[in-house]
Design a protein around this ligand. Sequence first.
Ligand code: N01
Length: 563
Amino acid sequence: MMQMTKHTYDAVVIGAGFSGLYQLHTLRDQLNLKVKVIETGHDLGGTWYWNRYPGARCDSESHSYCYMFSEEIYKEWSWSERYPGPDEIRAYLNFVATKLDLRKDIQFDTTVTSAHFIEADNVWEVATNTGDTYRTTFLITAIGCISTANVPDIPGLSTFKGKWYHTGNWPHETVSFKGKRVGQIGTGSTGIQAAPVIADTAEHLYVFQRTPNYSVPARNAPLTDEFKEYVRNNYGEIKEVVQSTPNGHPFRISSTKVFDQTEEERQATYEAAWDKGGLQFRASFQDLIVDKKANDTAANFLKNKIKSIVVDKETAESLSNIDHPYAGKRPPIDTNYFETFNRDNVTLVDLKKENIEAITATGIQTNAGHIELDMIVFATGFDAITGKFLQMDIRGRQGLPLSDAWKEGPRTYLGLQTPGFPNLFTITGPGSPSVLCNMPVPIEQHVEWITDCIEYMRKHNIDTCEANQEAADEWVDHVNAAANATLLPTVPHSWYLGANVVGKPRVFMPYAGGMTRYRAICEDVVANNYNGFVFASDGIEENTNNRTNDKFAAAEKIQSPGI
Ligand code: N01
């Protein structure tokens, strides 16, 4: 029989990635709380513990994909490449964990199965798959946004005799593609990174493409000593930039609009951005994400690039036959992705021309024929942002399941709290800028906001903090308005909308109003007596100031969204 052990904590944090580690540090070392982090993985790293697929690499530049809260930590670590891979990110997080002595408060190999709010005691009772129960005043989810692998329900997968993998759940031991006929399904950011690396050693790679995608070269390279020196000497300036740009990246979005330039000037701008590589391409003009005509100029430039790289005309056509605006979906960056289709051992299977009917014992059957395979790689994405929440049985007041509260899609206030779930804080939760930003930036802001809120509560003997329903409703309206001010919701097959998961409500989940605007709103909420949050002690409401500020009502003013 499973042993039941009860533990009591001030705060339980779920997840030991970037957010969980920093949240542990602030609550334990700044507020002196008794904190436990519970983590499914055998080690820390979060997203980067699981995502070890071939070609995996972060598309934020390394000198900004890190904590900024400590100048000492920032300067002590030195990144080796322009974009860090999973091994180096895990090494970095281990360095931070050692420096701050975090490991001793992390329970690895343990999954939270349920979390119920016990109203009589104002505590959360958290149960795990190991049979432990934790009673805690504060429950904080640090579960990331893309941590629930989505394997499509294609008939026959269980009959496949070869090996199959999902990129987001990649084995820790090396997977060899040597001599293998590999089928890769999916051409999002992940598939675009994986295909060139798989093709390098596979006997043959078949890339099954449902929706063609834009991509810009990453231009990854080792960092020069000169650049490393620049990073070490310019902590303050780099921090200032990442915390004052809408997307948290270490570069500014241009203030020039597309049609402020002549055709010739525009081509030169795009060429320069293409040569520089990376997500900065998206920042070439101020209005790329809000004006379809402006966006078309970038889209056409990138489609022409594909046609100029890919030699086979039919393949080039299939790859460039893109039906959505550039960066309407998360824009990938790559290393030799389109060039890969010039290899003799790579075939594009265009799922706009043929359908996958089934997976068989020996391959994939489409309506155009059977493709013999030894291995299948699913680069098919995630049940993003809400998936992990709904895997846990989370219940708030009166036993309300989170799955009911979010039946029509997630409804939060600032992405930080859901009405009916007191003292549950959600780092980079739905309705926050999260995936539209360079993630460590919103993570640090959330962790610090939550820490300040808890500190305030303790100072004022407040038992519970809970988002007000009206505030959450207004926030959801604002999140929708912010999205609708951009081209992002016009892409029907985007995971931002939950469209990639069968049965998931179609709701635009991240906040597209930009990290700078979001940060200002959060600060304003605090300055106005935690406007929109209800504080209560002994069951009596302390603040009745529950109207939200009107700062976020003017969504039509959104010109440069948070990406
Ligand atoms: O997932 P995706 P991803 N049959 O959902 C296809 C982050 N990330 O893992 O577009 C056939 O974008 C699907 O087709 P369609 C980043 O935020 C970050 O690539 O739905 N195809 C699509 O092509 C990113 O956005 C880094 O028509 C099917 C693909 O699978 C997020 O992770 C690196 C299918 C899924 O693309 C997710 O990216 C990599 C089916 N049944 C990723 N089902 C960094 O560097 C799905 N597809 C930080």
